[in-house]
Design a binder for this molecule. Structure first.
Ligand code: NAD
Length: 263
């Protein structure tokens, strides 16, 4: 099977009429997610502060002919006040988000002893607090509509307890916990909440590893599927969990990792 066949997207038009927020949208996994939701018919509001990656995302959206249903804002996700205001404005313009993809993350890497508490908190601000603010912003509309999809991006590192990434692993554990708590609380409103835990994908997040070839060997040794993950693998899983077909699935964390972690 070719990679294109193995990563074939969900059916076209499945997200028609949906208003989707994607944070960290210009990153390796975010870009494929934005393009996947646009191709499925959704309107997408993307947030990312990285100028070059944002320009590349905009170019990719134009190349796909999907710019009519796409907006991009350089809102700093670490600034909860600014994010609250920006989301209120974005929602006023489109009548509320019905689907959230809390995807942004930062991932500084060094031994635990070298992190200050402030550095730990700075990672939580982007990786966790921005998701909380997004849910606070979107919940009234979702409740009124009687439906909604909240999707949090966790990580395989939550299961493995990776070294030198303690604030990041802490943040992913928090997202898995919030996924369960929100699912329990919002289920009665027709809102499902799930997380995706990506395995190892060759994006910028991977550049923190000093030996890329050794790391690829390590990844393939651990995966059941003997190819590297593609960003479309994440987009496809998100599209499924966002779809009407997944309405009975909530509070779950789905590993999309080629069969690395099994539980
Ligand atoms: N790539 C992998 O192998 C992998 C593995 C496990 C989990 N993940 C998770 O997948 C998600 C996406 O990761 P990725 O690989 O695409 O990473 P990435 O670094 O390519 O993308 C993250 C994006 O978030 C943006 N961002 C960071 N801080 C921001 C801020 N304060 N305001 C606005 N934007 C901000 C960055 O500009 C970047 O474009 C993350 O949650 C990551 O933890 C990735």
């Amino acid at each position: 099977m070719t990679l294109a066949e193995d990563t074939r997207p969900a059916s076209e038009g499945a997200m028609q009429g949906r208003h989707v927020l994607v944070t960290g949208a210009a990153g390796g996994l975010g870009q494929a997610t934005v393009l996947g939701f646009l191709a499925a018919g959704a309107t997408v509001h993307a947030i990312d502060t990285h100028p070059e990656k944002s320009a590349a995302l905009t170019a990719a959206v134009h190349a796909a002919g999907q710019e009519a249903r796409f907006t991009l804002a350089a809102t700093d996700l670490a600034d909860a006040g600014a994010l609250t205001e920006a989301l209120a404005e974005a929602q006023a313009a489109r009548g509320g988000f019905d689907t959230l993809v809390n995807n942004a993350a930062i991932y500084p890497s060094k031994p635990f002893e070298e992190y200050s508490l402030a550095e730990h908190r700075a990672v939580q601000a982007v990786n966790v607090d921005a998701a909380i603010v997004a849910v606070q912003a979107a919940l009234p509309h979702m409740r009124a509509a009687g439906r909604g999809r909240i999707l949090n991006i966790a990580s395989v590192t939550f299961y493995g307890g990776w070294a030198k990434l303690s604030p990041y692993v802490q943040s992913k554990g928090a997202l898995v916990g919030l996924t369960r708590a929100w699912a329990r609380e919002f289920g009665a409103y027709g809102i499902t909440v799930n997380a995706i835990a990506p395995g190892a994908f060759p994006t910028d997040a991977e550049k923190i590893h000093p030996d890329p070839e050794g790391y690829t060997r390590f990844v393939l040794d651990h995966q059941a599927v003997k190819r590297r993950g593609a960003p479309e693998d994440i987009a496809n899983a998100l599209l499924f969990l966002a779809s009407d077909a997944a309405g009975f699935i909530t509070g779950q964390t789905l590993n999309v990792d080629g069969g690395w972690v099994m539980h």
